[in-house]
Design a protein around this ligand. Structure first.
Ligand code: GRF
Length: 195
């Protein structure tokens, strides 16, 4: 069975949605571990409660290079096939990305290539767009620039508050991530031809 690791930094709602999809059989795969870049990430406790092994990557104590070496070591000893980013707020180094080419997936809260970066929802909101959305993509050496695997649009209506837009985006993320991973893991997405 396909096994994957999830990297998190924050509250972990996407990690939870993926864990639920695995639990009820919608996503035919195994979450091998959840790792965070900080011990403070609320997602860690949520993962532990679901019985998933968790790790803290030593970014703060030992820096990026050592943290990525630790992560690579975990992935190879535990034979993890895919690395799934779910609100992971660090940029992975080109060396790490090259070592795992085509095996790292990210979710971003906008319709890329619009609004890359840290605040995809806020940037779209501030500009007043009528349609934004969610993108799932492979990670390459750039920022939010890899091959797009799936997108889902989200409309912003004049009466919407920012909180409503955030909720619509997160609901779209939770509905799209497991589905896309399921297709990707089954080899049902035509990604090879784009590499
Ligand atoms: C999501 O909006 C995701 O697209 C972005 O960071 C947010 C993480 O939310 N990369 P959560 O931690 O999964 O709740």
């Amino acid at each position: 069975m396909t096994s994957f690791a999830i990297l998190v930094s924050g509250r972990g709602s996407n990690m939870e949605a993926l864990a639920e999809a695995v639990r009820d059989g919608r996503l035919d795969a195994r979450i091998d571990f959840v790792a965070a870049d900080s011990a403070e990430a609320p997602a860690l406790e949520k993962a532990r409660k679901k019985g998933i092994d968790t790790f803290v990557l030593p970014y703060a104590a030992e820096g990026k290079k050592k943290a990525e070496e630790f992560l690579s070591g975990l992935c190879s000893t535990r034979r993890v096939e895919w690395i799934v980013l779910a609100g992971f707020m660090r940029i992975l180094s080109p060396e790490f990305v090259r070592a795992h080419t085509g095996r790292i997936v990210n979710i971003h809260p906008s319709l890329l290539p619009s609004f890359p970066g840290k605040d995809g929802i806020g940037d779209a909101w501030k500009l007043g767009v009528a349609v934004t959305g969610v993108t799932i993509h492979l990670v390459d050496e750039g920022v939010d620039s890899g091959t797009i695997l799936a997108q889902r649009p989200v409309e912003i209506h004049p009466e919407d508050t920012f909180e409503i837009v955030e909720k619509k985006i997160h609901d779209a993320e939770h509905a799209l991530y497991w589905k896309t991973l399921s297709e990707l893991f089954r080899g049902a997405l035509p990604v090879e031809r784009r590499w």
